[in-house]
Design a protein. Structure first.
Length: 104
């Protein structure tokens, strides 16, 4: 793993990460990490022509993109919901006729 040690505060060290390190740790592609940096979503530094990111900035970026948990009273997230499947074909036509005959 690449990176350099920096003083983050008293008796603390923080290793700078390169985009490949972030990609490995998050399961994203190298290019997805670069796109996040270039869009300004992920704070980074260009040091001697190399891109470096603080681990704390990676955690902040992840928290800013957290998907809110849906509670018992919420309608649920459209990300995980499925639309009802509409019936098609002759079976659907027969059921529509049955419903029509039951409600004259």
């Amino acid at each position: 793993m690449t990176g350099r040690l920096l003083r983050a505060g008293p008796n603390q060290t923080e290793r700078l990460l390169c985009p490949r390190d972030i990609a490995e740790r998050t399961g994203l592609s190298y290019h997805a990490v670069l796109r996040a940096i270039h869009r300004g979503e992920l704070r980074a530094f260009r040091l001697c022509g190399r891109i470096r990111v603080r681990p704390s900035d990676v955690l902040t970026w992840m928290e800013q993109n957290r998907i809110a948990a849906s509670g018992a009273n919420s309608g649920g997230s459209p990300l995980f919901s499925t639309a009802p499947v509409q019936e098609r074909g002759s079976l659907a036509a027969l059921r529509a006729l049955e419903i029509g005959e039951a409600n004259p």
